[in-house]
Design a protein around this ligand. Sequence first.
Ligand SMILES: C[S@@+](CC[C@H](N)C(=O)[O-])C[C@H]1O[C@@H](n2cnc3c(N)ncnc32)[C@H](O)[C@@H]1O
Length: 323
Amino acid sequence: MRHYDTRNVRTELPCHNGAHSPPSSSCSIAGAEVEPLKLLNVLGVIQKSAEYLAKRGVDSPRLQAELILAHILSVPRLQLYLDYSRQLTTGEMDRARELVRRRGTREPLQHLLQSTSFCGFDIEVNRSVLVPRPETEILAEKAWQFLKKNFAGGGKVLDFGTGSGCIAIAIANHSPEAQILAIDISKEALQLARTNAEKNKVAEKITFLQSDRFTAIPPESKFDLIVSNPPYISKEEIPSLMPEVREFDPILALDGGDDGLIFYRYLVKEAALRLNDGGKLMMEFGDGQSLTLQHLFGKDGWKVDSVLEDYTGRSRVLVASRR
Ligand SMILES: C[S@@+](CC[C@H](N)C(=O)[O-])C[C@H]1O[C@@H](n2cnc3c(N)ncnc32)[C@H](O)[C@@H]1O
């Protein structure tokens, strides 16, 4: 599934300053007021921060601590190893405390850094959009390869549920002649997607449209490619998502209805009416949904062309065309 697991969330004791603290130790990194401010060197900050994050159930705590510190010091992470004994300034310590405290509440690193990389493009993120996931890069890549091969980098494309705009932006960069319509129900997501498109210099190639499903798309519009990473978590699973996902990704981006398949059922019918001859539908899906989706599309006039695996070997993307 999209980055989550079913681990229990730890019970945490808040420090008296409001920051969360491990039961008996100090809050020397994340709770500035608890101890007299001690200036640490790079290694000290990494060690204390990693300890703090580990106690709060954060995955790869040392890596996370290093990434936070590298961000604060504006250096590549590996540079930290060469600067272990460099003393942090008071301002840098304050910033480190604040970001490590926030990461300890399970706020995703990408939110702290306010951006992430998707297919090599810098994508700004906030609470209105799903943080783009590495596995979605497979979908974007398959999309631009299809356009290159069949439409010489052009073609009409619909990105359904564009969120941060990551897929549309990657496609626009790799298929410069493509005309892309990127839709989302969320006005806030579209605002950020537009900003991301501007920053990546593809704004003029993408039309952003607020639309609940396909309702705002002109009836005569048809596409050579429909891509989508729709919400696909079942309602039942949402409470067991990792806090980073459950509490910080928008529910609109997660909730795929009672069985997680609501948007695929919609696409089975509606995408069929919106594809040009020779067109393709490419969709990301969640763990355990592959066979159900192949069946769903197979019995309703679609041919499943391929199912692609992500970097971890899980089936992740379905490519289909009309029979
Ligand atoms: C899983 S996120 C994918 C975001 C982005 N495409 C990505 O891959 O990172 C799904 C997106 O679908 C949007 N969405 C949810 N319901 C929708 C609806 N009824 N109509 C259009 N978009 C919808 C959400 O707002 C969210 O941005």
